[in-house]
Design a protein around this ligand. Structure first.
Ligand SMILES: [Zn+2]
Length: 87
């Protein structure tokens, strides 16, 4: 795969810039053929569009476990604090 990550200095995620080894040049992602090949030599230089990017990012289960543990812990500390204030 000939994609290279370049940061263009603007805010946000760096976009992969297609690089063709055969032609030794970078391509604007918009000037690459729709199937991700070089328009000059037909080399595959970019990721062909796929449906994977459309899928929402799945949150790992241990994230929710951590979140529940944090809420329980903070709630317990809150109860302890209230009890301390009442005594
Ligand atoms: Zn090329």
């Amino acid at each position: 795969m000939g994609a290279v990550l370049l940061c263009d200095g603007t805010a946000g995620e760096p976009e992969p810039v297609p690089w063709c080894d055969t032609c030794s040049r970078f391509y604007n992602p918009n000037s690459v053929a729709p199937d991700g090949t070089c328009v000059k030599c037909g080399n595959l230089i970019a990721e062909p569009p796929s449906d994977d990017d459309e899928r929402p990012q799945r949150v790992p289960w241990h994230f929710w476990l951590m979140l529940v543990a944090l809420v329980v812990y903070l709630g317990w500390r809150l109860v302890q604090g209230i009890q301390w204030l009442l005594h």
